[in-house]
Write a protein that binds this ligand. Structure first.
Ligand SMILES: *[C@@H]1O[C@H](CO)[C@@H](O)[C@H](O)[C@H]1NC(C)=O
Ligand SMILES: *[C@@H]1O[C@H](CO)[C@@H](O)[C@H](O)[C@H]1NC(C)=O
Ligand SMILES: *[C@@H]1O[C@H](CO)[C@@H](O)[C@H](O)[C@H]1NC(C)=O
Ligand SMILES: *[C@@H]1O[C@H](CO)[C@@H](O)[C@H](O)[C@H]1NC(C)=O
Length: 245
């Protein structure tokens, strides 16, 4: 206990900014039919939003730090303020945060949400493929993210925003935090374009060649890059949860 306290005192948590697709552009409606909008009540009794993505008719993947009470998933949405005809709102039956998720290192920041009923798949609601264990995304690969997070003006976005981001060399993230492990995380950003994701986007997918390779985990205020969970490192755990649930 004392040791833990000392560690906490010695290494105060950086202010978690979660992540905003700042300077992104509005996505073409339903061009990302796997995107899920997630609402929940956090430990401080506040409503929070996260992104997520449909990986099976009855499972949405997101970040473990998006765990909370009264979790609900909205699929088929473009503007979350409008009751669009394509929209499917489904409560979460059970949440499976990764058992080794750490609030300190933030390693293993992924969660599966078992939906109360199966999503009805159509042109506005579709699943996205997950990677195989051996799929390694490397530096300079250009991928994209999407979300309903905070915009550059500080307001939350009602419409889905998207941005292209580039996978960075691991050294870029190792320079920003000692809690970076390239075998289970991805270092993502584009220092030149200064595009990043922001609060409310976390949990959303990093999509490379139509495969969800990463989950937006966190970033540091005004610092690029951001750190994503590397999904290909968790394939056995994902299969275990989805096969028995
Ligand atoms: C870690 O996060 C979980 C899930 O949000 C929360 O229940 C728990 O209280 C947190 N622990 C600490 C030490 O902050
Ligand atoms: C943010 O939203 C509020 C409330 O909708 C609005 O009054 C304000 O003008 C918005 N800010 C910007 C910078 O767009
Ligand atoms: C990491 O930091 C070192 C030392 O400050 C610097 O030489 C190097 O260029 C940095 N690498 C990256 C990729 O930012
Ligand atoms: C990175 O994570 C892997 C998988 O959990 C682990 O085996 C390895 O020891 C970690 N590396 C470091 C430097 O902590």
């Amino acid at each position: 206990m004392m040791l833990l306290l000392l560690i906490l005192l010695a290494f105060p948590l950086p202010s978690r900014t979660f992540i905003v697709i700042k300077r992104g552009t509005e996505a073409r409606p339903h061009s990302r039919p796997y995107m899920a909008f997630i609402r929940f009540i956090n430990d401080n009794h506040l409503w929070r939003r996260c992104g997520g993505f449909l990986v099976r008719e009855d499972f949405v993947m997101t970040a473990a730090h998006c765990h909370g009470r009264n979790m609900c998933v909205i699929l088929g949405a473009q503007n979350i303020k409008i009751k669009e005809a394509t929209r499917q709102s489904i409560p979460v039956l059970q949440a499976f945060p990764h058992p080794e998720h750490s609030n300190i290192s933030r390693f293993n920041d992924l969660m599966l949400l078992k939906l109360k009923w199966k999503a009805h798949l159509n042109s506005a609601v579709k699943t996205i493929a997950l990677p195989q264990s051996q799929d390694l995304v490397g530096p300079n690969e250009v991928c994209n993210v999407a979300g309903w997070g905070v915009l550059a003006n500080g307001n939350c976005s009602d419409t889905l925003q998207e941005a292209d981001l580039e996978v960075q060399h691991k050294q870029t993230c190792e320079n920003v935090t000692k809690y970076y492990n390239n075998s289970i995380q991805l270092c993502v950003g584009n220092p030149l374009h200064r595009m990043r994701a922001g609060r409310g986007d976390s949990g959303g997918p990093l999509v490379c060649k139509n495969v969800a390779q990463g989950i937006i985990s966190y970033g540091y205020k005004k610092k690029i890059p951001m750190i994503f969970t590397r999904i290909s490192s968790f394939v056995p755990w994902i299969h275990k949860i989805m096969n028995v649930s």
